[in-house]
Design a protein around this ligand. Structure first.
Ligand code: GLU
Ligand code: MG
Length: 444
């Protein structure tokens, strides 16, 4: 049988690829890449390519700046479009130190390490995100943001530009081997959603990086701007990245227990309990921007409180009903993450939280029955329902106190992330906004 590497080299030759992009991700989830000629690929697959890591946020300390990008052959994909006459392909890389050990600043390594821990317990971890995003006529802020459509939830908007862009995106993703479960118009005008079919979490984190790029690239090819910013418009919903998670033991879904009234195994209950326990301290990772916290407010179908329920869109963890006769589709939907997170780190902390719940045997609190938004502070307190952090500053403080997050991210990423986010908050804190000027300038 041909190895994966041989397969990649053969496709590069047969499809006459001119450029191979080596992709990786910085700590904040920004896509990074450098290009190599196809003739370099064989060597790169064998030995990796050295590059200067200090040029990338969160990667290297200056004194040890060279790192190695080693392409992961299983991730190789040809782009379905051409760049002029040139055809290109991309391949994700793991970042290593020059001695071949995993580089601590690489988010893909953070997730790999956490997945290995799950594997030692016999689990594989699956994720299926729902990516919400907006299309705007441009990213130019003079004159305000111009929407592309005025559609709403599941609206069939027919032949409008945004719907067409979304369809083209889905086709391009399918051509790149990314199965899309479905796509739809979302609740807010010009807001759309693409739901990806579940895969193991490492593949899925790579896929989220790819999908974000393809959404933006196809929009750009048509003179439009797509954004995954969590809350670009006031007064309408923001964009979330609800993600459905499940653990498998071999071929069987470890969350499913058909005899249980809720269809959930002990493992699933432990996982949810762990997720709820650690939710406030992993929020800085799943919601990493100042703007993320403008989305996590009541009334817009984004979670605010730490609760779970089977069918309640105000809950942080939702357990969707599995399809009839398909217990293998049992999963938990975590509704906090937004699509501007670093998916490698987000999936890693969610998994770590869930595993801790299973190992420590946390008790699953009772299901939140009512619409959690509607509960008064007294009712919330009586039910012991905590809130998610209300700002980036609060989230970072909670994260800093979490051993689980420190262990999962490793010291390098943990410390760099906290430093970077504190700096972001410091800039935001001194910013005088339009809100303040409009409210106070004339009045005071
Ligand atoms: N856009 C909402 C959010 O920010 C979610 C809407 C939905 O339920 O899909 O999470
Ligand atoms: Mg949605």
């Amino acid at each position: 049988m041909r190895s994966q590497k041989e397969h990649v080299l053969r496709v590069v030759e047969e499809r006459d690829i001119h450029v191979v992009q080596l992709w990786f991700t910085d700590v904040l989830g920004t896509p990074k890449s450098f290009n190599i000629a196809p003739s370099e690929l064989e060597g790169a697959l064998r030995e990796g390519m050295t590059f200067d890591g200090s040029s990338i946020d969160g990667f290297s300390r200056v004194q040890e700046s060279d790192v190695l990008a080693r392409p992961d052959p299983i991730t190789f994909q040809v782009f379905p479009w051409k760049d002029g006459e040139l055809s290109a392909a991309r391949i994700f890389c793991d970042i290593l130190n020059l001695d071949g050990t995993p580089f601590e600043g690489c988010p893909r390594n953070v997730l790999r390490r956490t997945l290995d821990r799950a594997r030692q317990k016999g689990f594989t971890f699956h994720a299926a995100p729902e990516l919400e995003y907006f299309y705007f006529a441009s990213a130019d802020l003079d004159g305000g943001l111009r929407l592309l459509d005025t559609g709403s939830y599941f609206e069939l908007t027919g032949t409008d530009t945004a719907g067409d862009l979304r369809n083209r995106t889905v086709v391009a993703l399918e051509q790149m081997g990314v199965p899309v479960e479905y796509s739809q118009h979302e609740d807010a005008p010009s807001q759309h959603e693409i739901d990806l079919r579940h895969a193991d979490a490492l593949t899925m984190a790579d896929t989220v990086m790819t999908a974000r790029l393809v959404v933006k690239q196809i929009a750009e090819q048509h003179g439009v701007h797509a954004t995954f910013m969590p809350k670009p418009l006031e007064g309408v919903q923001g964009s979330g990245m609800h993600t459905h998670f499940s653990l498998f033991e071999g071929e069987s879904n470890a969350f499913s227990e058909p005899g249980d009234p809720q269809g959930l195994s002990r493992i699933a209950k432990g996982f949810i309990a762990g997720l709820l326990h650690h939710a406030p301290s992993i929020t800085a990772i799943t919601n990493q921007w100042v703007n993320s916290y403008k989305r996590l407010v009541a009334g817009y179908e984004a979670p605010v409180h730490v609760s779970w329920a089977r069918n309640n869109r105000s809950a942080l963890v939702r357990v969707p009903l599995p399809k009839r006769g398909k217990p293998e589709s049992t999963r938990v939907e975590y509704r906090a993450p937004d699509p501007a997170c670093n998916p490698y780190l987000a999936f890693a902390v969610v998994l770590a939280a869930g595993l801790d719940g299973i190992e420590s045997g946390y008790e699953l609190p009772p299901e939140a029955a009512a619409n959690v938004y509607a509960l008064s502070p007294e009712e919330l307190a009586a039910e012991g329902i905590r809130a998610l952090p209300g700002s980036l500053a609060e989230a970072v403080d909670l994260m800093e106190g979490s051993e689980l997050v420190a262990e999962t991210l490793g010291e390098h990423v943990f410390e760099w992330f906290i430093r970077n986010k504190r700096a972001e908050w410091a800039v935001y804190k001194t910013h005088v906004s339009r809100f303040e000027l409009e409210r106070y300038l004339a009045r005071l």
